[in-house]
Design a protein around this ligand. Sequence first.
Ligand code: PGA
Length: 249
Amino acid sequence: MRRKLAAGNWKMNGTAADLHQIDALAARHPVPSVDVLVCPPATLLARMAGAVADTAITVGGQDCHQEASGAHTGDISAQMLAAAGATFVILGHSERRTDHNESDALVAAKTAAALAAGLDPIVCVGESLEEREGGRTLEVIGRQLDGSVPDGVPAARLVVAYEPVWAIGTGRTPTIQQIEEVHRFLRKRLTERLDQQARSVRLLYGGSVKAGNAADIFAVPEVDGALVGGASLKAEEFSPIIAALEQAR
Ligand code: PGA
């Protein structure tokens, strides 16, 4: 019912010299049985969209402003991302929440803006190490989820990524049981709000996903795919993750 999604987040990495990676990825996955998305820096979005135009791969943004246009130097609107070829946008990533002080309310406003512009939002939530060790993981994630997802969201277009802050870029991953606990909690919390529609929301895990742990993570109930940072930069590292997702049941 839910199509699986392998999403790559290039973060602040990559120039035109790296676009061959997307060609290589497309060549390895001409007809993927899962959705494959790459979110490059905004400077590469239009060129990457052109490069994947005749392939099954789609491209997305890493953030957007909550307004459609205006005097916001350095910002990019959801409409602009869509016009450049994006179909998705990552919102509320922990690096945005930390580096740019993004609140749940701001992420909700951005999510509404993305939906209005025709982009499907990937809303990120996740606890810090201190919050996990203090036993507050579900409380924090519940609050982030409630506050970051706007009312009236079309469930089939919503993607939620569980990304424990302490697992991002660290090589550390939660146990399978910890991932399962959070993903089951997310589904339950979404069901309280969206009723049966919640079944259409795709739930991704993110944080140090790589070829060596992907199959185990994808076997976890309620995990519909991954948001991959470092390992998405090179086709030869992202490709086996996509393959593992294709093989997951
Ligand atoms: P990572 O990043 O795969 O490099 O840990 C994941 C993310 O931040 O989306």
